[in-house]
Write a protein that binds this ligand. Structure first.
Ligand code: URA
Length: 240
């Protein structure tokens, strides 16, 4: 049960104060009956609420979670093989949320989980060209030609990849840490691109999606997005 004015405010009718005024003015009906006293409690699942004779629908609370995904978790809600899923890492959230896009079982790093279908769609659909940034430890030392090939586009079995930004970050032993910025999201794209130029990925981590940065959050931990992070993320895909 929930107070009528709280339900109305949540549904976007106005501030709680505005909603109280509407109730007092007799503009609100519960199951067809005008309710003009404050303090009435309603059952949002069952009761029919009208304001100025228009039916009000409850807005689902939106949740936005940033997870630092560890190696060894699948990015689905359930796995037929019974492997651990990223949802197992999100404790005490009793709303249905789902991952935005996928990271491979072995890939680490930034994964966004939400129940905001529109934002999820826009962040993953290629037409919105949202940049995703990855750090890949690749085998060996790539030549300038290999790096140029990754930049220009690599021919994979499902077509040529679009131009990517590539930076060399470090040399680690015989291997090389590179940063790739891509926006397509083909299946196992980074791994396949690097393999195609003969430098297979040894370790892969996503560090950014659009304006959203993984930051220093511990592997396996999660947090809610800040209001600023959400505003910028949405702005980047033409929402709000
Ligand atoms: N590219 C990959 O190859 N794997 C991922 O998990 C993400 C991007």
């Amino acid at each position: 049960m929930e107070r009528l004015q709280k339900f109305m405010a949540h549904a976007g009718i106005g501030s709680r104060r505005n909603c109280e005024e509407l109730i007092i003015q007799g503009k609100v009906k519960v199951n067809g009956q005008v309710i003009n006293v404050l303090g009435t409690k309603i059952d949002p699942e069952r009761d029919k609420i009208e304001v100025n004779n228009k039916l009000i629908k409850a807005k689902e609370d939106m949740i936005y979670i940033l997870l630092n995904k560890p190696d060894g978790y699948v990015t689905t809600s359930q796995d037929p093989q019974g492997r651990p899923t990223v949802i197992d890492l999100i404790k005490h959230i009793n709303k249905r949320i789902y991952p935005v896009g996928r990271l491979d079982y072995e890939t680490e790093g930034l994964l966004l989980l939400t129940n905001d279908g529109e934002l999820a769609y826009r962040l993953t659909h290629p037409k919105y060209k949202v940049n995703k940034v990855y750090q890949a430890l690749i085998k060996g030392r790539p030549s300038n030609e290999s790096i140029e090939q990754l930049r220009r586009g690599v021919l994979l079995e499902d077509g040529l990849t679009e131009p990517a930004q590539i930076k060399i970050l470090d040399k680690i032993g015989d291997n090389t840490l590179i940063e790739l910025t891509i926006h397509e999201g083909k299946n196992r794209q980074v791994r396949r691109m690097c393999k195609a130029v003969n430098h297979p990925v040894l370790n892969l981590k996503r560090t950014k999606i659009g304006s959203l940065d993984l930051g220093t959050i511990k592997l396996g931990s999660f947090r809610f997005l800040t209001e600023d992070e959400l505003r910028w993320l949405k702005k980047g895909v033409g929402l709000g």
